[in-house]
Design a protein around this ligand. Structure first.
Ligand code: KG4
Ligand code: ZN
Length: 381
């Protein structure tokens, strides 16, 4: 189904880019009297389809050279990771009385962009299933990626397998329809014994990777068995709802277990993880968000300092407790938990605002590129 045809995408970029740029400049009010009032030109360098990237990069280079402005080449995934620093403000920021501009605009001017480094990013969409640590602008560590399907593909294929009605064009696509459909399940545990939680901590403790193919195959197997056992040859709606709920539970649990493991590992390495940023289309899923709230609620921001003072026996206890999903909270301490942050849906999916913001973050760190940079279609973060 679907997919992008590189040649068509290339032609569409060549055809549409000038009018898109023109429209963006006009709607942002940056092009009054024929003068383009911008300070920096930021552009996606990769990863992606070479020809499409090339069209964008050439347009950006030409604009930057003509206007004599700095050019910043941006990594698509860095942009996803940093978007939350544009859309979120530090919840602990206290505007001081004389800071009139802050109280008037309700934007805490003077506070650092939030989440502060280091933070975790979970990028879950049709194209990505990625868990990384953002240490600072331009410095990331990839902790886990998928070895087969992305989580979005798994939701989409399962929605199709279960014949879940989907209205094309409705926000969220088949994944959102599956989430809605699963809400009507009366027995979400019905298929629990036949649905695996992929790479579960119990079976493979140290495997920091994602996998959805096995779960997807288990769904197909159950559907075929149910159809074969049914006099009509069809699976009735309530069973399909239960299977949708079971699938969602396993997929979300898989993500939660890896995030939990990552938080333990980061604490052990002395990284004070401030937040978990969830981005990408699947980040709209309410079950995923609330389960991640539970996971992160068990960890304390700044916990690494406390952990430093712990004996190895205490650390082991913490780790064991986490693995049985019953982590202890340090009692009587007014420290806050690791926060879950989800940028608004339209900035979670691919967009140009995130490229502009990342360009600004990089510019502030002095990361300006020469005009002769090239595209990087395959670019590890
Ligand atoms: O980031 P995105 O909008 O587009 C790209 O992949 O580039 O992600 C789309 C994916 C689709 O697989 C869609 O089914 C899934 O996100 N999705 C959801 C939900 N909303 C969108 N999956 C699960 N639950 C949702 N509520
Ligand atoms: Zn993307």
């Amino acid at each position: 189904m679907g997919g992008i045809v590189p040649k068509l995408a290339h032609h569409a970029h060549m055809r549409n880019l000038p009018s898109v740029v023109q429209e963006a400049i006009q709607s942002a009010g940056l092009g009054e009297h024929g003068i383009l009032a911008v300070d920096i030109i930021a552009v996606t360098r990769g990863p992606g389809l070479a020809h499409s990237l090339g069209v964008g990069l050439n347009a950006a280079k030409t604009l930057a050279a003509a206007l004599n402005k700095p050019l910043i080449g941006v990594h698509h995934m860095e942009a996803h990771a940093l978007t939350a620093r544009l859309t979120t403000r530090d919840p602990d920021y206290q505007p001081v009385d004389q800071d009139v501009s802050a109280s008037e605009s309700n934007v805490p001017i003077g506070s650092d962009p939030y989440p502060s480094f280091p933070f975790l990013t979970l990028l879950v969409s049709g194209g990505h299933t990625l868990l990384l640590v953002a240490h600072s602008v331009n410095r990331y560590t990839t902790l886990a990626t998928t070895v087969d399907d992305s989580i979005g593909e798994a939701f989409d294929k399962t929605a199709r397998e279960l014949d879940i009605p989907w209205l094309p064009g409705r926000a969220g696509g088949p994944g959102a329809s599956l989430e809605q459909f699963a809400k009507s399940s009366s027995n979400p545990g019905r298929y629990q014994d036949r649905l695996p939680i992929p790479l579960s901590l119990r079976s493979s403790k140290s495997e920091m990777k994602f996998s959805f193919a096995g779960l997807k195959s288990a769904v197909t197997r159950i559907v075929n068995q149910e159809k074969a056992a049914s006099p009509t040859g069809e699976m009735d709606e309530s069973k399909r709802q239960d299977l949708a709920a079971g699938f969602q539970h396993c997929a979300v649990t898989h993500l939660c277990q890896k995030v939990e493991q990552a938080l333990v590992d980061c604490h052990e390495q002395g990284l004070d993880i401030s937040s978990l940023v969830i981005s990408g289309g699947v980040g709209r899923n309410a079950t995923l968000r609330s389960r991640m709230d539970e996971v992160c609620g068990r960890f304390e921001y700044g916990g690494a300092i406390a952990l430093d003072k712990m004996s190895s026996k205490e650390k082991k206890r913490l780790k064991r407790a986490l693995l049985t999903a019953a982590a202890p909270k340090e009692s009587g301490k007014a420290v806050r938990s690791v926060r879950v942050i989800c940028p608004p849906p339209k900035l979670c999916t691919d967009n140009a605002v995130m490229i502009a913001w990342t360009g600004l973050e990089r510019y502030q760190q002095g990361l300006v590129d020469p005009y002769d940079i090239d595209i990087v279609p395959k670019w590890p973060l």
